[in-house]
Write a protein that binds this ligand. Sequence first.
Ligand code: PEP
Length: 258
Amino acid sequence: SGNRTPLMAGNWKMNLNHQEAVVLVQKLAWTLADKKHDYAKCEVVVLPPYTDLRSVQTLVDGDRLLVKYGAQDVSQHESGAYTGEISAGMLAKLGCTYVVVGHSERRQYHGETDELVAAKARRAHAGGMTPIVCVGEGLEVRQAGEHVPYCISQTVGSLAGFTSEQVASLVIAYEPVWAIGTGEVATPDDAQEVCQAIRAQVREAHGDAAADGVRILYGGSVKAANVGGIMAQADVDGCLVGGASLQADEFGAICRFY
Ligand code: PEP
């Protein structure tokens, strides 16, 4: 995957309260320390629920852990009368360095469009954080053989408003919806096909520096047992991990793919 630093990001979704969060992050850090994990060879990020972030910050700062953390979503607005929303400024202040935007569960259950996802991604970036912009086709699109153009269209729409220079520092996650939480992992070739197409689109639209810099993750039922084949693909720079990120041993083993 070129000069790009591999990245493993654990999306906890709506699991674990703040006390449980501290236990999991501590266990993960211990597991990685025990195995002499080299954080330069694989960046490790956890994405807990908002209500856990203050506790995770206290742990990470207090123990000088090298695990990074971020949020699963962010408001498209800067601040103000948006009841229930969380701003990029609030997340950055808590030490978040990454923010997931456009996860398929938000697109599906909360009607998020590419336009909204792009606005959220721009807010995260303007706040000094790295957006992890999610794209991915559902089963019907895959069965119709339309997955590549579908994901390219989502990528273009979800990156609207970014300059080519900015795109170089972003993270895109390709997550086929039919492989999320189903135990049905895409084959390494399936992952590579779409990740390669996304990078080619970025190259066409934004040039070599953007295409060679942007990190593209695969997500969908990644486990320690299948991460090796996926990470061997030239255009896959890491994984977005749901279920398996809730177990310290399993997620630790995924981060040690190298
Ligand atoms: C996800 O939701 O980002 C995900 C990849 O989930 P899982 O690993 O559980 O399929």
